[in-house]
Design a protein around this ligand. Sequence first.
Ligand SMILES: Cc1cc2nc3c(=O)[nH]c(=O)nc-3n(C[C@H](O)[C@H](O)[C@H](O)COP(=O)(O)OP(=O)(O)OC[C@H]3O[C@@H](n4cnc5c(N)ncnc54)[C@H](O)[C@@H]3O)c2cc1C
Length: 299
Amino acid sequence: MNIDRELGQKLKEGIRKNEPMSRHTSWQVGGPADYYLCPADLSELVEIVRFSNKYNLPLYVFGNGTNLLVLDGGIRGLVVNIGSSFSYVNCEQNGLTAGAGTPMTYLARTAAEQGLVGLEFAVGIPGSLGGAVIMNAGSFGGYIGEKVRAVKLVSPGAELITMERNELSFSYRTSNLPGKGVIFEIVLDLKPGDSVESMKLMDYFLSERSRRHPDLPSAGSVFRNIPDQPAGKIIEEIGCKGMRIGGAEVSCKHANFIVNTGTATAADILSLIEAVRQKVKDEYNLDLQPEVKIVGEER
Ligand SMILES: Cc1cc2nc3c(=O)[nH]c(=O)nc-3n(C[C@H](O)[C@H](O)[C@H](O)COP(=O)(O)OP(=O)(O)OC[C@H]3O[C@@H](n4cnc5c(N)ncnc54)[C@H](O)[C@@H]3O)c2cc1C
């Protein structure tokens, strides 16, 4: 098999070998992807899935990399980015159809401009729509799962499938979508409403985000909240703010964020996650679970 010849020539953007994932994750850490691919359209995406099956190559898909800890040894096989080629929004009267690569902030603003409301909570979430649907991303009391009418995917067998509302389930930061394939398009139900009010609410949410969140590179909340107990409050109570391993630090602004102060490796971040978890276990006998997805190999 020659991946460059057989697959690379079929893709408009070709393939990148040993692409550092630190360039594609919001934490700015992560080792190399063996083969980094950006499909230019749906037919290229299907081609990639077929290719991975034909040669039994592992395939990992991601969006904006804002909820990912890629370990320092990188990711083996094919790593597929669903990005700008899958970024589009088509508004209708009671909803919209958007590509999985559409940034959440752009999606929310475009909907509001077209008089569709209900996505205000999504402004400022730095991920793509596909990543948000997988994670059931949410904030300020709203979450994307409650808006989803249908999800279109390339199945692991490289078929185009549509999962309708009644086949989907969403709960706190999870969905039943992992393992079902690569999401390429989503249909959302939204209500017609007042654009100006929607924009005002988004401005307020954005100002709250900048007030609460650190500026340094992060992946948002590291741990899942426990019912009625925000993980950040627990971590703050046991005095972990400012705790540091290498270049990774528990943010002094928001204790559930771990920031890269400039020199962090994935190993630093992983060690800090484990250290915080252990401290919470020792002090409160609670087992915090990471919300971030940890992928790849250690060095
Ligand atoms: C500063 C900051 C603030 C944040 N605030 C919030 C917040 O308020 N609320 C919240 O919920 N999250 C928040 N996050 C986390 C993150 O932005 C969300 O989880 C987001 O939805 C992830 O989208 P992504 O495109 O970056 O996904 P990625 O990180 O690229 O991937 C996440 C998961 O989805 C899978 N995936 C991604 N795209 C696809 C696809 N097309 N098909 C199949 N699988 C796919 C990946 O394999 C991975 O398992 C924040 C992160 C940061 C850095």
